[in-house]
Design a protein around this ligand. Structure first.
Ligand SMILES: O=C([S-])c1cc(C(=O)S)c[n+]([C@@H]2O[C@H](COP(=O)(O)O)[C@@H](O)[C@H]2O)c1
Ligand code: NI
Length: 478
């Protein structure tokens, strides 16, 4: 089973959690994992929401005194981040103080919100006087390590946080260890990121495919001022991980840095094609956009793993990812040739049959030889190890007294032979893979048989068999 993240209206941490839960991932495991870490006070809200009439899961984090952290709440440094343009009424600016409540104070502190990441060290000292709590990457990694969940989840979560920290560091021109995740935002980020890793581990997909990323335009207000959308951290992630970005005709931030970091950490690019959907999870965002529906859809798909199953079982004998696309390079073949002008057609026919037992291909090409003699060039393609067998057959049965020999490279497509029960009868089919597409080649002998048995034209027999096979299995490998 694979997962497919469809990010046509962006992605955020909260949307991811909501979509994975909606898909059936284990909420208990998620909550237990969070409880096992000591990192702040919060409550979790799991509800449903109608977004443009679509029923979706909704997930939100509330801090101690009942304030919630909206999907796009600031987690880093000192962003006030009002989101005025998005038209929702979360009181972002005072969320900053809430984790400090637990510590020392619960009033807003404008001064600290104004400081810039670049002058963080200086400002940080200043803020210490006021017991401001900022968490750096190292501290967050310690919190993750303290949790009672698998090493895989720990490593995955740290990977996502590192992607986020790198993007922030680059945006603000500081070292990644200096990036400070604001206390309240860090709580939300830990919940979203560790939670996502736990839920993904629970679903255990073999592959996670992602669509292109779709982001709006305009600006989003932060303490730094108006940040262009895509916000700098998102752009840095997209750039560093070669995620395909589409800018859509819609105002506002659809992709948060956390969402982009999750996509970057887990996603493999999905190149389209057919797949069977086993189930769909829909996670609602907290925003309303003019032209898009603020949801993330994550699907359990099973056609995408056809190639992988085949690979694992040696079905196609694909050893490298690219072999399915370009074919397999095979360099241990030789071509053996000889020109023959004085062996009978009957014997040449027999020689071909014998040679085919130990070679990959055998053919005759009509040629004119010296002294104007019509003759045949015998060409044999075989594995190097069969060189002697081939030369023995040629020298033994024909009048040839010399063979040319070339080493050759080949590009061959992964292929396999299957028996298919069509409505016209059983057919042997050769399947080959190229550019993640499966090509269907019914064997002529089978087609001939069903043509004669059913009294239909050969070309009709081919068409019916191929259509029936495609209807049943599709032609996409990935
Ligand atoms: O607070 C800071 S430094 C900040 C930086 C950036 C950059 O892109 S740099 C973006 N934001 C905005 O904060 C919220 C929270 O995002 P999450 O990924 O933590 O949910 C979001 O709107 C970002 O664009 C803040
Ligand atoms: Ni930032």
């Amino acid at each position: 089973m694979d997962l497919y993240f469809e990010m046509y209206s962006g992605i955020s941490g909260n949307m991811t959690i909501a979509a994975l839960l909606d898909l059936g991932a284990d909420r208990k495991k998620f909550e237990q994992a969070l409880q096992s870490m000591n990192f702040g006070k919060y409550t979790l809200e799991f509800t449903r929401k109608k977004v443009n009439g679509i029923d979706a899961g909704f997930f939100e984090v509330h801090t101690e005194d009942g304030q919630h952290l909206p999907t796009h709440s600031p987690k880093y440094s000192d962003a006030v981040h009002e989101h005025g343009m998005q038209g929702h009424n979360h009181a972002h600016s005072h969320i900053h103080g809430h984790e400090h409540d637990i510590q020392e104070h619960n009033y807003e502190h404008e001064h600290s919100h104004e400081h810039d990441m670049k002058v963080h060290n200086h400002e940080h000292e200043h803020s210490h006087e006021h017991n401001h709590e900022h968490r750096h990457l190292a501290e967050i990694e310690k919190i993750i390590d303290s949790g009672s969940f698998s090493d895989k989840v720990k490593n995955d979560a740290k990977r996502v946080f590192n992607i986020l920290a790198d993007a922030e560091a680059q945006a603000h021109g500081v070292d990644r260890q200096e990036v400070h995740f604001h206390e309240v935002g860090a709580v939300d980020a830990i919940i979203d990121i560790v939670g996502t890793c736990v839920l993904l581990e629970d679903l255990a997909p073999e592959h996670i495919y992602i669509s292109d990323l779709y982001e709006g335009r305009g600006f989003v207000r932060c303490a730094h001022g108006n940040m262009p959308v895509p916000v700098p951290a998102v752009l840095n992630i997209v750039k560093a991980h070669s995620i395909v970005l589409n800018i859509i005709d819609d105002e506002g931030e659809h992709v948060t840095p956390t969402g982009a970091a999750i996509a970057a950490a887990f996603g493999e690019r999905f190149s389209g094609g057919n797949f069977i959907i086993d189930s769909i999870g829909i996670g609602a965002g907290s925003r309303e956009f003019k032209n898009t529906t603020n949801i993330l859809r994550v699907m359990k798909i099973s056609a995408a793993d056809r190639k992988i199953n085949k690979t694992q079982s040696g079905f196609y004998n694909i050893t490298k990812e690219n072999d399915a696309v370009y074919g397999i390079k095979d360099s241990d073949v030789i071509v053996m040739e000889t020109n023959i002008d004085d062996t009978s057609g009957e014997v040449l026919g027999f020689v071909m049959e014998e040679l085919l037992k130990c070679s990959l291909d055998v053919f005759y090409v009509p040629v004119y030889m010296k002294k104007n003699r019509p003759a045949y060039m015998l060409s044999v393609i075989c594995k190097q190890e069969n060189e002697k067998k081939v030369s023995d057959i040629i020298f033994r049965h024909t009048t040839s007294i010399g063979i040319r020999l070339y080493e050759a490279d080949r590009i061959v497509l992964p292929r396999k032979q299957v028996k298919f029960r069509s409505s016209l009868g059983d057919v042997n089919i050769k399947l080959a893979v190229h550019n993640e597409r499966e090509y269907i080649y019914p064997e002529y002998d089978s087609i001939k048989e069903i043509t004669l048995n059913n009294g239909i034209p050969v070309k009709e027999a081919y068409r019916i068999v191929i259509n029936e096979y495609e209807d049943k299995f599709g032609s996409a490998v990935k």
